[in-house]
Design a protein around this ligand. Structure first.
Ligand code: BG6
Length: 483
């Protein structure tokens, strides 16, 4: 295997490169986790000199890196950064880029391509990588990391998979979902499978329902163009929320092996019963239609909620409720596993209606941790009970800065060849298969207008009714006074 590794970032003048990718690589360098001989080559149409691009990246690291900026480390790290302008969707420019990279490598090398470009450029760039014979390496590995969105529906995702597979073998492809790089998302595996106390109750005999919430305070901001053609079901559900669902609900894989894990995830997605449009809610925040880039008659939802069922032995009869929206009152991502009530109530008192179901809340962000809520006897009363909370906070147990950025984990895994936190082609397609009818139901011509909700609110009333009709309420398990 070659000792030299080259990371080629397509879309190097973009926001993601500046805010996430290069800061993550810088942090990996500081932790001594990058290969010793590395080239990081940026490519995009904007004309920068090496120095100009480095300077731009330095600003990004200073502003967005999790760790503090260190001039000496930056000086060392930035020597690995190179920039070669060009339009990678044109063969001639790709050939020129290849020439530049080969000169830097000076022989055999490992290659990692990172597509951080507009999705309509994925296929042309991949084709050109193939045409220039850049998708294989005689004495090293060659991988490609592809950002979301991977397709806009099942058909386009299948087409893109076909185009990618014409050049790369599936084992070389790393489809990224940054939620899987979040420590707390990864910790779901440890919570479930490194402990013996949870798994016995992790099924329909003990679990009443499961809720997954990803609520954001930000509105669509300057992304009106992209967002209006996407909407919350494509932007958050097809990828992030369904990924969290698989982690919570899948069967234990035999090992952490990438394919064994992804087999379980795909199996889970394929066990989800087709979702009834009547079990979904779509809404828009007031003022969305005035956003630059948004069609003034747009039906694109900025909020969604769905109820789904998993048709397998473990989860039969347990509803899963998922919701996500922009412009809401809180930024929080959490999963609440709500347990059944005790089978018999022996406490004969007036406060019986105060009895809450136990719940286990996994706080994915911002205050990463886990809360277990259960009933305790209120002191100095005969029979009254009150919900109390057992809490684990990452910051308390591991230190405030212990949690790395999601991209750090994912870039490192891609460099190490561990694809367990990346989506496989069949997983992506299974997720689209679930989302397509919902998107079609809410966004096709003639679809009902989505309801609206106020910016900074808890979301539309219809989302409360989705649970209310089943005699349930949305749980907020991760927002205690100290969070
Ligand atoms: C992105 C979506 O994938 O995830 C954005 O495109 C969304 O619209 C973002 O804001 C949320 O990510 P996080 O990590 O801030 O929860």
């Amino acid at each position: 295997m070659s000792d030299t590794t080259t990371i080629v970032i397509f879309g190097a003048s973009g926001d993601l490169t500046k805010r996430k990718l290069v800061p993550a690589l810088y942090n990996l360098y500081r932790k001594d986790r990058l290969p010793e001989q590395i080239n990081i080559v940026g490519n995009s149409r904007t004309k920068f000199s090496h120095e100009e691009w480095r300077e731009r990246m330095r600003e990004g690291v200073e502003e967005f890196s999790e760790s503090s900026f260190d001039q000496k480390d930056w000086d060392e790290f930035s020597q690995f950064l190179w920039y070669e302008p060009g339009d990678a969707s044109k063969k001639k420019d790709m050939a020129q880029l290849q020439e530049f990279i080969q000169e830097k490598e000076g022989g055999a090398a490992n290659r990692m391509y990172y597509l951080s470009v507009a999705p309509d450029l994925y296929a042309p760039i991949v084709q050109n990588i193939g045409a220039m014979d850049m998708a294989k390496s005689e004495d090293g590995w060659c991988r490609i990391v592809i950002e979301k969105p991977f397709g806009t529906d099942l058909e386009s995702a299948q087409e893109l998979n076909r185009e990618v597979h014409e050049v790369f073998d599936e084992s070389q492809v790393y489809r990224i979902d940054h939620y899987l790089g979040k420590e707390t998302a990864q910790n779901i595996m440890f919570l479930r499978f490194a402990n013996a106390i949870f798994e016995p109750v992790w099924n329909r005999n003990y679990v009443d329902s499961v809720q997954i919430t990803a609520s954001e305070t930000v509105d669509v901001g300057h992304r009106g163009d992209y967002y209006d053609s996407s909407g919350v079901f494509r932007d958050m559900f097809q990828n992030h929320l369904l990924q969290l669902l698989t982690l919570i609900a899948m069967e234990p894989p035999p090992s952490f092996d990438a394919d064994l894990m992804r087999n379980e995830k795909v199996k889970l997605l394929k066990s989800v019963r087709p979702i009834d449009i009547l079990d979904t809610v779509a809404a828009q925040y007031e003022g969305y239609l005035d956003t630059k880039g948004v069609d003034p008659h747009s039906h694109t939802p900025t909020y969604g909620a769905i109820k789904l069922h998993i048709d397998n032995w473990r989860w039969q009869g347990v509803p899963f409720y998922l919701r996500s929206g922009k412009g809401l009152s809180r930024k929080v991502t959490e999963i609440n596993v709500v347990f059944r009530q005790p089978p018999h109530r022996m406490f004969d008192n007036d406060h019986i209606s105060d009895f809450k179901s136990n719940s286990l809340s996994i706080c994915v962000q911002p205050d990463e941790g886990i809360h277990l809520t259960f009933e305790a006897k209120e002191p100095d009363t005969a029979h009254n009970s009150r919900s109390v909370d057992m809490e684990f906070h990452y910051a308390d147990s591991f230190g405030k800065s212990a949690i790395p950025e999601a991209y750090e984990r994912l870039l490192l895994d891609a460099l190490l060849g561990d694809a367990s936190l990346f989506s496989r082609s069949d997983g992506i397609e299974a997720a689209w298969e679930l989302m397509d009818p919902i998107i079609e139901g809410w966004e096709s011509d003639g679809a009902a207008e989505p309801s609206t909700y106020k910016l900074g609110s808890e979301g539309p009333q219809a989302a409360d009714e989705l649970l209310g009709d089943d005699g349930r309420v949305w749980r907020v398990g991760c927002l205690h006074d100290d969070c």
